[in-house]
Every structure is written in structure tokens, then in C-alpha cells.
Design a protein around this ligand. Structure first.
Ligand code: ACM
Length: 753
């Protein structure tokens, strides 16, 4: 065995020569490190690896067993002046002489050894996972070309969430989740342990929580939710659910901690607590089970219960943060409850919002007295934010901005960009999800620091987190499918400097990461073959510019037609934006090795007569403003989601008038609608068109009835078009759409020819 004196290893990085020709090497790491230099030479792993560690990193050396080329490790403490054998993996504390930035680790791979230098165990763990990931990225993990990495994270808080209430998962699965989190440098696992669908943590003082409130009548949340929402006793032949014993939970805490991950428990209050109130109904305002999900805040016993529960939670979870929920309370019960009203009077609380704030501040003080910090969802801003709170901003970024500007720490987790329970491609091709539309690219585009945060408050954004609510995710295979690969985009958001992020480069590195996920048996969502499109209306030149795209890395395999025929290999090849001077039917198809794959895309682009014409709203939009009064005649179509700023939402029947500004022939009038029944979006019952020359006297010229079932579970689009057999002349066009379901109507344009 060749022996190297310590001084030689320490100097190796400076001896290394910049690399010239090692093209085999794959460095497609995610998250992208701050700096990576390839060097000359190859390091060969020994399946039985000598690992030399500083005392501070003694626990960490065995993590190298997760490297695909390492079978066993012989971990030894570094001893001053004792030479290390060649080929060792050395993990030692940085010193001033290393001139390493305090937030960074350094990883040097050289032909005769690997040296990691770090200031803290957390940094050393990040470095080890860089090495492990590099192992998975290589065709042959037993060797790696020399390189040098210096790396540090953008944010301290790098979170993923897991909802184990809606569908219980085993501790083995949570360990797999933790392993994957560690590989991508997440450091916070937010466990949503309690909710109506089941209480998941053993609490010694309240055994009913796991004897009863952890079990329900149906395995699938959706079946349970729509069939009475009843709880059952553990052991009942029909009981579905589960919970973690305190021993299980402690084991998870330790498993995560070893991998640099803190588990943050969430115990929901004062709402989302139907399961608790089913077994302790005296803690609700009505005193009866199955009536409400909110604790009675006026009942002092509520706080006795919550503090007792937290006492046990704090014992299990050493995390600095404890999440207390705080979202979506239905505060109406408190308005009529004598105990709540008496408390409000006594404390001088002016509203039920302030009553909720009172409850949160009680928990804040309690947690502070135990040396912990409270996290709550952004609703805890309503009624006044308690002093010690950190806010999780989920209903967009507004709550987070407000909290940060007032000096509170914030974790960004906006539904628009970081809710991984939403659809990730065309919902018509996907298993049922809760709604939304969040592609990998959109996740990647997110920057947790909004522009409107004051410069001197930006440091209050401590990081971002992806949330995975599991109502529609009954299995762990499905869970993996929703989380991956979107979690990788989030990993890079949290780790890599904003200016170093680039979508095309990320997409290209993802091609290598898919192989890593395959090797780790992750049921990830594969990049789609679906052709998607965007249309930009050029208002000046009166033309549409159409872009086609897929999630495939090879982009020139799309063929399209503009004449209504089915695309074939002989059709036009898509090479760049298509410019259309007139209304066109476009069909497009992806071809893989000359075989059509994925659904054919078909859509209309309209250049119609009403573009730019003023619209009068006899009934106004509700919530979903889109582009305001311009929306209906801006020439721009809505896409696959009603949140894209082109679909305008109405909760009443639609009644709009377009002023064509001069009398002219009208041949057809059309409006597009979408249906997505999960979030309550329906087709109109009928669309009627009326014409007028003078804006006073209108005459109905036709109606189109809906023929889409209101129980159709898939996202559906329909163009309601009234064709006039005998073209008529008019200046004013009135469109009316009925709303028999009293849900949301979404429409994007009034199309006139
Ligand atoms: C939440 O999604 N209700 C925090």
C-alpha cells in the first residue's frame, strides 16, 4: 500500500492540472454546484473504502455506503501527522488555511484520494451526497475523473412536505423519501401528521387519537370524503389508516438527522381537526362529534389538550421549528359559541380573526418557552401576526411578502409554483389530481424572493418548500410520480444562485438525472411526448405567432399541418415559431423513430373581427379577472389551466355586449368554455347570441345547448358556436351563457366572424 503523508493530500488540489480530454465524465449534477472544475486523472473506488474523518464528522462517514461503488467502509479518525493510505476518502474540518468561504464545502477528487473539507457536519453531508450523486451519474460508478467542487447553498431552508394524514405511508417509504431528499440536498422534511383524514402520531396521554382517530371507513380518501367521513376503531375489520409509534417517529428523526434533514412535525390547529373532535367532542363549540373541524378557542381545555400534545411532540422531534397549521379555519362556529364570545369579550378581541390570532399566540408563547419556534400557514396573518411566528406563504406570495416586510421569517410555498399535487402535463392524459397545472419548467422558473420585498428584508425569505397534499394520491407509486422530477427543480431553486439557473441547461442535465431516478427505482413522471403550444397575438401586424413544444430534449421531431389533415412524416417539420396571418386549424404530432407517439394536438387560432373591440359587462367576472375588460377581445386564447391569465371566471350567468363600432355583416359568433368538475368549473347550460344595430333593440339569432356531461371527470373544452344561416348585419353583439350548476364558468374570448 502506498502511503501519502498528510501534507501531500492537503496540497493535492493545487497540484492538479486542468482537465483536457475526459469526455466520459458526467457532471450533470442537480442542484448545480457553485463551481466545478474537471481535472486530469482518474480515481478508482475501492469497494472496501478507507474513510478518514475529523472527530466532528465521525457519524457521517458511513453515509458513503450509499455510493453505488462502495460496499463497505472502514471509518477511522484522522490523526495528526499520521499518513493516509492512497485511495482514501478523507472528510475533515476546514481550517483558515483552506481559505474556504464559511458557507461552503470543498470536494476534491484526485487520482490518489478524495478530500472533502467542510466547516460543519451539514456541509460535509452535502459534499458526500455530491459524491454519491456523481457516482450514480457515471456509466461505471467504480471510477471517476478528477474534479474540484466548491459549493454552497442559496437558502438555509430547503423543504419538502409530505401529507401522511390523507393517505398513510410506511416508515420505510419515508426513509426512501428522505434518501432522495438528501441526494438532492433538501434539509427540511415537513410532515403533515394530523388532519381530518387521520391522526398519525402516538400520543401517550391521548390514546384515542390513535385507537380511533387514525382509522377510517375507506382506504381511498376520495371514497371516504364522499361517503360519510366516519372514523372506526383500530382493529375494526373495515378500518383503514395507521399511525407512527413514538419509537417509529424517533427512528425517523434519527434517520433523517444523519442525512442532514430535520423533520418538522405539523400538528394542525385550530382547524382541520375533525378527527380529534370526533373522539374529544367536548373540545368543539357544539360539544358534539362530526359537526366541525375547529377547536373551541373559548374552552380552556382546548389549550390544555394542545399543550399536552405538544409536550410529547417536542420530546420526539428536536426540530427548532414546530408547525401548528393555522390554515382554512371556518370561523363561523366561534361567532355563535358562548365560550368563544366570552373569551373575546374578556380579551378585548374585536373579531373572530383576532380570536384565531389569540389562539396562535398562545401556542407561540408556549413554544418559545420551550425554546422552539412556531411556523404557521399564511392565514395566521389575519387578525395580527404573533411575534415569534415564521410564515409559510401558500396562497400566493402576498402573505409572505407582508410577513417579511414586517420582519418575520418566511418560507415560500406558493400554490402557483410549488404545489406538487397539481397536474404536471395536460390533465386529460393524467391520473385524477386535485387541479392546477404546474409543469417542471414552471416550477423551475420560480424565484422565492419576490421583487416587491424591500431589499433590507430579503434575508427574511429563508427558503422554499414543495407541498404534496395527498387527497388524490392514494399510493406511494403515485406520490413518487407527483413529486419527481418536480422536486429536482425545487432543489435547484433552493440551492443554486438565481443568476446561475438556466432552464435549457437544467433540462439537459435532467436527461442524466432520469437515469439516476431509474437506478433508485423512483416512479417519476417521464417527460411527456405531448405537443403543447402557445399563441402570441401580434397586435401591430395582426397575426398570430404559434410556438410548439414538448418536454422531450429532441425538439425537431414535431410535424404539423395547417390544412386540417392528420400530420405524417411527410408533413412540415417544426423548426421554430409559425406565423399565421389568418385563422387556422393546426394539428401537430410528435414522432419517435418515425412512429407517431402521444396524442395528436389540434387547436384553432383565430384572427377574428372583434379583436380590440370594447366589451360591456352586464355581469362581471368573479375572482378570475384575467386581463380585465380586454380579455374577451384580446385575440388570445386560454390554455390548459384557468389560472393562466386568459380565462375569465364568472359565478353568475354571463351577459356581455361587444360593440363592433360599425354596422357590419355577422356570420358566426363563438365562445370557448372549459369544464373541470373537481374545483367546480362547469360548462354553461346554453350560449345565446343576440344582435342589435342600435344597442337598444336586440334579437336572438341562435342558441347552442351544452352536450358535455356535468359528471365528466376529465378536463374538457368546448367551443359554443352560433352560425347564422343568413348572415345579418349588426353593430352590437350580446352573448349570454347560463350557469345551471352555479359553479364557475370560464371563457377566454368572444370570437366573431
Ligand atoms: C394548505 O394548502 N391548506 C396550506
Amino acid at each position: 500500500m502506498q502511503l501519502l503523508p498528510k501534507i501531500v493530500l492537503a496540497a493535492m488540489s493545487t497540484l492538479a492540472i486542468p482537465m483536457t480530454g475526459w469526455s466520459q465524465m458526467n457532471t450533470d449534477m442537480i442542484p448545480k454546484p457553485s463551481s466545478l472544475n474537471k481535472l486530469e486523472g482518474i480515481y478508482h473506488y475501492n469497494p472496501i473504502s478507507e474513510v478518514i474523518v475529523s472527530p466532528a464528522f465521525q457519524e457521517i462517514g458511513t453515509l458513503l455506503l450509499e455510493h453505488p461503488a462502495i460496499e463497505s467502509v472502514n471509518v477511522q479518525l484522522a490523526v495528526n501527522n499520521k499518513p493516509w493510505s492512497s485511495g482514501s476518502i478523507v472528510i475533515i474540518e476546514a481550517t483558515e488555511a483552506d481559505q474556504l468561504d464559511p458557507s461552503s464545502y470543498a470536494l476534491n477528487i484526485l487520482p490518489n484520494g478524495i478530500v472533502i473539507k467542510a466547516w460543519t457536519p451539514a456541509q460535509a453531508i452535502s459534499a458526500i451526497y455530491s459524491l454519491i450523486q456523481l457516482g450514480y451519474l457515471q456509466k461505471d460508478p467504480t471510477q471517476i475523473t478528477s474534479l474540484s467542487i466548491t459549493d454552497s447553498p442559496r437558502f438555509d431552508y430547503r423543504g419538502l412536505h409530505l401529507d401522511v394524514s390523507r393517505h398513510f405511508v410506511t416508515t420505510d417509504f419515508i426513509k426512501k423519501y428522505i434518501d432522495l431528499m438528501a441526494l438532492y440536498k433538501f434539509n427540511q422534511l415537513h410532515l403533515h401528521l394530523t388532519d381530518a383524514a387521520g391522526w398519525r402520531l402516538e400520543i401517550m396521554k391521548y390514546p384515542e387519537l390513535t385507537e380511533k382517530a387514525a382509522w377510517r371507513t375507506h382506504t381511498n380518501w376520495k371514497d371516504w370524503w364522499h361517503n360519510g367521513r366516519q372514523y372506526l376503531d383500530r382493529g375494526n375489520p373495515n378500518a383503514s389508516g395507521g399511525f407512527y409509534t413514538q419509537k417509529d417517529a424517533k427512528e425517523l428523526v434519527e434517520y433523517a438527522s444523519k442525512r442532514g434533514i430535520t423533520i418538522i412535525p405539523e400538528i394542525e390547529m385550530p382547524s382541520h381537526s375533525e378527527e380529534v373532535l370526533a373522539v374529544y367532542p367536548e373540545l368543539s363549540c357544539s360539544g358534539k362529534p362530526y359537526r366541525q373541524g375547529e377547536f373551541c378557542i373559548g374552552n380552556p381545555e382546548t389549550f390544555v389538550f394542545l399543550k399536552n400534545v405538544l409536550d410529547e411532540v417536542l420530546e420526539i422531534f428536536p426540530s427548532p421549528y414546530i408547525h401548528i397549521g393555522g390554515d382554512e379555519a371556518n370561523k363561523k362556529h366561534w361567532k355563535t359559541c358562548s365560550k368563544c364570545q366570552a373569551l373575546m369579550k374578556k380579551e378585548g378581541l374585536q373579531s373572530v380573526d383576532e380570536l384565531q390570532s389569540y389562539a396562535i399566540s398562545q401556542m407561540d408563547l408556549y413554544l418559545q418557552s420551550k425554546g422552539r419556534k412556531l411556523i404557521g400557514w399564511d392565514e395566521i396573518l389575519e387578525g395580527g401576526l404573533t411575534a415569534g411566528a415564521t410564515v409559510m406563504s401558500w396562497r400566493g406570495e402576498e402573505g409572505g411578502i407582508k410577513a417579511a416586510n414586517s420582519g418575520h421569517d418566511v418560507i415560500m410555498t406558493p400554490g402557483s409554483h410549488l404545489y406538487f399535487d397539481s397536474y404536471q402535463t395536460d390533465p386529460r392524459t393524467q391520473p385524477e389530481a386535485i387541479g392546477g397545472y404546474l409543469t417542471l419548467e414552471k416550477v423551475y422558473s420560480y424565484d422565492p424572493i419576490p421583487e416587491t420585498i424591500h431589499k433590507d428584508k430579503q434575508h427574511h425569505i429563508i427558503g422554499a418548500q414543495g407541498n404534496i397534499w395527498a387527497e388524490y394520491i392514494p399510493t406511494t407509486e403515485h406520490l413518487e410520480y407527483m413529486v419527481f422530477p418536480r422536486a429536482l427543480a425545487l432543489a435547484e431553486i433552493n440551492w443554486t444562485a438565481q443568476e446561475a439557473k438556466e432552464w435549457k441547461d437544467f433540462k439537459s442535465r435532467m436527461q442524466s438525472q432520469y437515469k439516476v431516478l431509474q437506478d433508485l427505482h423512483v416512479n417519476y413522471y417521464r417527460p411527456s411526448y405531448n405537443v403543447t403550444y402557445s399563441v402570441v397575438y401580434d397586435d401591430v401586424q395582426k397575426r398570430n405567432i404559434v410556438a410548439l413544444e414538448t418536454e422531450q430534449i429532441v425538439t425537431d421531431n414535431i410535424r404539423y399541418t395547417l390544412d386540417g389533415t392528420v400530420p405524417s412524416l411527410q408533413s412540415l417539420r417544426y423548426t421554430g415559431p409559425i406565423i399565421l396571418e389568418k385563422s387556422t386549424n393546426i394539428r401537430a404530432q410528435y414522432f419517435l423513430d418515425s412512429i407517431a407517439i402521444g396524442p395528436m394536438l389540434e387547436f384553432e387560432t383565430d384572427i377574428h373581427k372583434a379583436i380590440g373591440k370594447p366589451v360591456t359587462y352586464k355581469s362581471k367576472w368573479d375572482g378570475y379577472k384575467a386581463q380585465g375588460v380586454k380579455t374577451m377581445t384580446n385575440g388570445v386564447q386560454g390554455g390548459l389551466t384557468y389560472q393562466d391569465g386568459q380565462w375569465q371566471g364568472f359565478t353568475r350567468p354571463i351577459d356581455l355586449i361587444v360593440d363592433m363600432q360599425q354596422i357590419q355583416p355577422i356570420e358566426r359568433v363563438a365562445m370557448n368554455f372549459m369544464q373541470m368538475i373537481g374545483p367546480g368549473v362547469y360548462m354553461p347550460g346554453e350560449v345565446e347570441v343576440l344582435l342589435s344595430k342600435d344597442g337598444v333593440n336586440y334579437k336572438s339569432v341562435g342558441k347552442v345547448l351544452n352536450d358535455i356531461s356535468d359528471t365528466e371527470p376529465k378536463l374538457t373544452f368546448k367551443r359554443f358556436e352560433v352560425k347564422l344561416d343568413n348572415p345579418q348585419t349588426a353593430r352590437f353583439i350580446q352573448v349570454k351563457a347560463s350557469n345551471p350548476k352555479k359553479g364557475y364558468l370560464f371563457t377566454d374570448e368572444i370570437i366573431v366572424y
